[in-house]
Design a protein around this ligand. Structure first.
Ligand code: Q9C
Ligand code: ZN
Length: 389
């Protein structure tokens, strides 16, 4: 299977608070290194295509930024891009340090009173305004990795659905004389984007859960430019509920969000089965929380339900949010899925994709670095062998 990667995704390396301790974040560059070594091993049947956001022409950069801006607030994006240098200029953070929030927006107990939606003037307070937890520090290369990660989702959709207009430049654009030959090659039916940082927790204006820009939303907005009204299904298989993705499409009947995740786990305040959508989006959000310590048997039962939901929706495009924090030894996930189980899980999950429909697999979490490669290879085997139904 084709996987898209950008070396800039390896740069971001921050800290998190967990319990009473600040530790190097579980979401580390070593995760991606492990995945790359597995995909590039001599006996691997997979191909890694290296992209480079930084060498894109300005027009493509602008187009990507416009796409991101469809889902994220301008003040928030400005904050992600500038907060580190602002703090650094005032000597408020070390060159290799990470900015973490100290005070969040909070609901008051006064009925009908709403906290001002304005970003606070105070420089420390702004870090809290644009975040919802202390796992999502901002260091000097965070934006560079974030934009490279988002670009993978953007380019991934362009690879699956080559735009007819030549206005969309990629780093892999063929030279004009090769263009006809290139166009004759049919696009792949599925591909994997090695996104890091991940994306499913951040919402329109808040970073959280190691996420800054929602890569799945980038993929959906990119797809929408070509197919404005087609139905899109998101199947979220990370251990954690993708609160950000849920929120972005909660009122949207053209995007079905289906998630299997640990019950009563991070992000704690979302993910209940009672969250079914709102307004026109009612019925198009399906949460399938599963008890911690569940093994592959219980997981398969609920996966069957998820697959039926997606199939019933008849999507024209399927996006998978793929996390390996469902693995039995994961430090922050609590299911009991074994390496060998991923093949069967992916084979079953592939049944969610209707025949002839293309799919994009977007990397989210998974924190047992030593097993990430094997777990992914097992999953990809099942996904490639599994049939669309
Ligand atoms: N006690 C992803 O997997 N901290 N994000 C959890 C648990 C944040 C997970 C603390 C976990 C974020 C993409
Ligand atoms: Zn996760």
């Amino acid at each position: 299977m084709l996987a898209l990667h950008d070396a800039d995704c390896l740069l971001h390396e921050t800290v998190e608070f967990i319990g009473a301790k600040a530790i190097p974040a579980h979401e580390s560059p070593a995760r991606l290194q492990a995945i790359l070594s597995a995909l590039k091993a001599p006996d691997s049947s997979h191909q890694v295509q290296e992209l480079s956001y930084t060498s894109l022409p300005e027009t493509a950069k602008n187009d990507l930024f416009t796409t991101i801006s469809q889902n994220h607030d301008a003040g928030y994006l400005h904050h992600l891009q500038t907060v580190f240098s602002t703090w650094r200029d005032k000597d408020l953070v070390e060159a290799d340090g990470s900015i973490l929030p100290e005070c969040w927006r909070f609901p008051t107990s006064i009925k009908d009173y709403h906290v001002s939606p304005q970003a606070p003037r105070d420089i420390y307070a702004r870090a809290g305004f644009y975040a919802f937890d202390m796992s999502t520090g901002i260091m000097k290369t965070t934006w560079q990795s974030t934009i490279a990660s988002a670009n993978l989702a953007y380019q991934g959709v362009h690879t699956l659905f080559p735009p007819s207009s030549s206005s969309i430049a990629t780093t892999t654009s063929p030279a004009p004389e090769e263009a006809t030959e290139e166009a004759a090659t049919p696009p792949p039916t599925t591909l994997l984007t090695l996104c890091r940082p991940p994306g499913h927790h951040c919402d329109g204006a808040r970073a959280g859960g190691y996420c800054y820009v929602n890569n799945v939303a980038v993929a959906i907005s990119t797809y929408r430019t070509q197919f404005p009204t087609a139905r899109i299904a998101v199947l979220d298989l990370d251990f954690h509920h993708g609160n950000g993705t849920q929120e972005l499409y909660y009122a949207d009947p053209s995007v079905l969000y289906v998630s299997i995740h640990g019950e009563h786990e991070f992000p704690y305040y979302t993910g209940a089965a009672t969250e079914t959508g709102i307004g026109e989006g009612e019925g198009f959000n399906v949460n399938l929380p599963l008890a911690p310590e569940s093994g592959v048997g219980a997981y398969m039962e609920v996966l069957d339900k998820a697959v039926r939901e997606v199939r019933g929706f008849e999507p024209a495009f399927v996006v998978v949010s793929l996390g390996f924090d469902t693995y039995e030894l994961d430090p922050i996930g609590r299911f009991r899925i074994a390496t060998g189980d991923y093949e069967g899980i992916a084979r079953r999950a592939k049944g969610a994709v209707p025949e002839g429909v293309r799919s994009l697999v977007v990397l989210e979490g998974g924190y047992v670095v030593e097993k990430l490669g094997e777990n992914l290879l097992s999953w990809l085997k099942g996904w490639e062998e599994g049939t669309e139904e």
